[in-house]
Design a protein. Structure first.
Length: 106
């Protein structure tokens, strides 16, 4: 499981019938900054993930990959490799808040 930020969406008009109606989002994985350990930083990759929780662009989300991606009721037996399973409200490291959804709303 990893934390990522939704950076966009993907539309595919030609796909397997089982994938019709599935919302696909572009997710950029983030990690704790190695230097300061006080902010989340991108690792510079992008994944396509099926959204199961109603996430939107700009939100930090929890993503599962591989066989775990096919263990949700919504994605069972689907050919998916990454699934958004949660929306992040806050991240705390060593008693310090490094991300807060409420504080990021400007």
């Amino acid at each position: 499981m990893f934390v990522g930020k939704v950076t966009g969406s993907l539309v595919s008009t030609q796909k397997l019938e089982a994938m019709r109606g599935r919302k696909m989002l572009l997710v950029e994985p983030y990690c704790l900054d190695k230097e300061t350990q006080s902010v989340l930083s991108t690792i510079g990759k992008t994944f396509v993930a099926v959204d199961t929780v109603g996430a939107g662009e700009g939100e930090f989300v929890l993503v599962v990959q591989g066989s775990s991606a096919r263990l949700t009721p919504e994605t069972k037996d689907l050919p998916v490799d990454a699934v958004i399973v949660g929306i992040v409200d806050s991240v705390h490291v060593r008693n310090q808040c490094v991300y807060s959804k409420e504080e990021s709303r400007d």
